[in-house]
Write a protein that binds this ligand. Structure first.
Ligand code: HEC
Length: 125
């Protein structure tokens, strides 16, 4: 190698950087999603970004991260309750997306399946 030393350092630094760097502010709510199909991953990423935005207006997002839920249904109830608070400005559609993020976070793909119509955790329409 006849590269000048400073250039070598730059090259080494660049090539040894982690290959999957997270962008600026990754959704903290979304756990490791490498197992997800790309489409589902994109959907959940967007849903979790929405959740972080909407659910951190009145209290820190930690309030959401710390809560312990036992069933997907409990996330639906929590989100519905928060959505109905005065000034939440969370639409029903946003609420559904947020629920999917939180359910995936707590229960993984099985939790999402339970949200589908006929799933064990589905709410009445
Ligand atoms: C309009 C303001 C507001 C928004 C927006 C909001 N919250 Fe809350 N949240 C509150 C208030 C006020 C409390 C405490 C009183 C209560 O529990 O009702 C609270 C409490 C909570 C708790 C604790 C409940 C418990 O039993 O300890 C959780 C979990 C929670 N919020 C989740 C969420 C989620 C998820 C979102 C987004 C969908 C959200 N919040 C958005 C106002 C808000």
């Amino acid at each position: 190698m006849r590269l000048p030393a400073p250039l070598m350092i730059v090259l080494v630094t660049l090539t040894s950087a982690p290959s999957c760097q997270r962008p600026g502010s990754p959704p903290r709510l979304l756990p490791d999603d490498h197992a997800l199909a790309p489409a589902a991953s994109a959907e959940l990423r967007a849903a979790c970004a929405l959740a972080e935005h909407r659910c951190s207006r009145c209290h820190p997002i930690d309030r959401v991260l710390l809560v312990d839920v036992a069933t997907p249904r409990q996330w639906q109830d929590q989100v519905t309750r928060m959505r109905r608070l005065a000034g939440s400005s969370i639409s029903p559609g946003d609420g559904d997306a947020i629920v999917r993020c939180l359910v995936y976070r707590s229960f993984g793909p099985a939790g999402l399946a339970a949200l589908e119509p006929g799933g064990s955790g589905a709410s009445s329409p």
